[in-house]
Write a protein that binds this ligand. Structure first.
Ligand SMILES: Cc1cc2nc3c(=O)[nH]c(=O)nc-3n(C[C@H](O)[C@H](O)[C@H](O)COP(=O)(O)OP(=O)(O)OC[C@H]3O[C@@H](n4cnc5c(N)ncnc54)[C@H](O)[C@@H]3O)c2cc1C
Length: 370
């Protein structure tokens, strides 16, 4: 039997969960997720940070517009804190002057090498040419945030069907018809929140691809250096984004910040890239890494211009894109989901989001689909 609703959302990662929760305030919403649980892909594999100076202009505007929501969640959304202070420190390594200048322009400020060593005592400063700092960067409890969106969706009467990959999508008589393992579903509006699979799902529906490119990023978790109190270390990265590290649950998370183009898949870490990251870590820190506790890989999916793709497809009626969040999908999710819900309902951009400089044009799929 076909199940009808106002909106079908494909994908129950942070994008699908957050927009579905928002839409469910006024509409009936069905979410289809191909895995047996939400958050299995990119959402469950992030570095869990909110970094206001990261990404292109539209992304930074969305990140700023999401800040209050993440810092002060309403009790009816999440009773526990979603974020905690972390701070971010960028190391200007030889050849990274232009990167350092770019980060100065978006509000990061210079600190002395002595100050840098106070923040991360094991830092080797001999090859470091500049250090920038931003104390506003936060850790995000991604699971708490994602579960709160899913809970809100449920409270508002929405449904998530897991183990339900959308395998056929067609438009008939003003409705989208989606065949999934869990049954058939119909709705006038279909939201494509399928992350790395965004172009594949679009093609299944008969839409033109926008050129989404999943890029693998690897992460290793290593024990903290003996005797070091790492809990308050900031996220520390090279300004050229060649590696970064941050404390996480008493361990040290290290990433080569790899950006390897791949097809959508269940990603795993690139061992060679991890080895290079550890090599850089030992070059710039007084650390001897003898053991890796565990590793993982995840996909960051980008449109050709690096901005998210959010809006109705200009050709296919009722087909809405919510993809291309790159490395910013967690930190932008509150503002991006409200932006998407407003566009779907035909409302103006919410005033508190517009105030931060968010506009629909740089996000629109019309920049790729004609
Ligand atoms: C190592 C790493 C570090 C990161 N660090 C950060 C960070 O610090 N801060 C930040 O903001 N972001 C970060 N990101 C990026 C962030 O994780 C992503 O932008 C975000 O999770 C994307 O969410 P999503 O819901 O679009 O994708 P996903 O979480 O991948 O969700 C898409 C869902 O769609 C489902 N799906 C696909 N096809 C179908 C189909 N045919 N039918 C049904 N379901 C389907 C998939 O199973 C999946 O669950 C990081 C990413 C990585 C990999």
């Amino acid at each position: 039997m076909t199940q009808s609703s106002d909106v079908i959302v494909i994908g129950a990662g942070i994008a699908g969960a957050s927009v579905a929760a928002e839409l469910a305030a006024d509409l009936s919403v069905t979410v289809l997720e191909m895995e047996d649980r939400p958050g299995f892909h990119s959402t469950g594999r992030s570095a869990a940070t909110w970094i206001p100076g990261y990404g292109p202009d539209p992304v930074r505007a969305l990140t700023r517009a999401s800040g209050d929501f993440l810092k002060n969640p309403h009790d009816d959304f999440c009773a526990t804190a979603i974020t905690s202070p972390r701070g971010e420190m960028l190391l200007g390594l030889p050849g990274q002057d232009a990167d350092v200048d770019n980060y100065r322009k978006v509000g990061m400020h210079d600190i002395s090498l002595e100050d840098a060593v106070k923040r991360v005592p094991l830092l080797r400063t001999d090859a470091i040419e500049a250090v920038l700092y931003d104390g506003t960067c936060l850790d995000v409890d991604v699971d708490a945030l994602h579960q709160a969106f899913l809970r809100r969706l449920k409270q508002r009467g929405g449904h998530v069907h897991c183990d339900s990959p959308a395998t056929a999508i067609s438009r008939r008589a003003g409705n989208w018809h989606v065949t999934a393992k869990g049954g058939t579903f119909e709705a006038p509006v279909l939201v494509n929140a399928s992350g790395a699979w965004g172009d594949q799902v679009a093609e299944l529906a008969g839409a033109q691809r926008v050129g989404l490119q999943p890029k693998r990023r690897s992460v290793a978790v290593i024990p903290p250096p003996p005797g070091a109190d790492i809990d308050n270390w900031p996220v520390t990265a090279s300004a050229g984004e060649t590696f970064y590290f941050k404390p996480q649950s008493g361990m040290l998370l290290v990433s080569p910040a790899d950006i390897t183009p791949v097809d959508p898949h269940d990603a795993w870490a690139d061992d060679m890239a991890i080895a290079e990251a550890i090599d850089q870590l030992m070059q710039y820190m007084d650390i001897e890494v003898t053991r890796v506790d565990h590793t993982w890989g995840g996909l960051r999916t980008f449109a050709p211009d690096g901005n998210p793709v959010v809006g109705f497809d200009p050709v296919l009626e009722g087909f809405f894109w919510l993809t291309g969040q790159g490395g910013y999908g967690i930190q932008t999710s509150p503002a991006l989901s409200r932006t998407a819900a407003a566009l779907i309902a035909g409302h103006d951009m919410p005033a508190d989001i517009a105030e931060h400089g968010v506009t629909a044009e740089p996000l629109s799929p019309a920049r790729f689909v004609r």
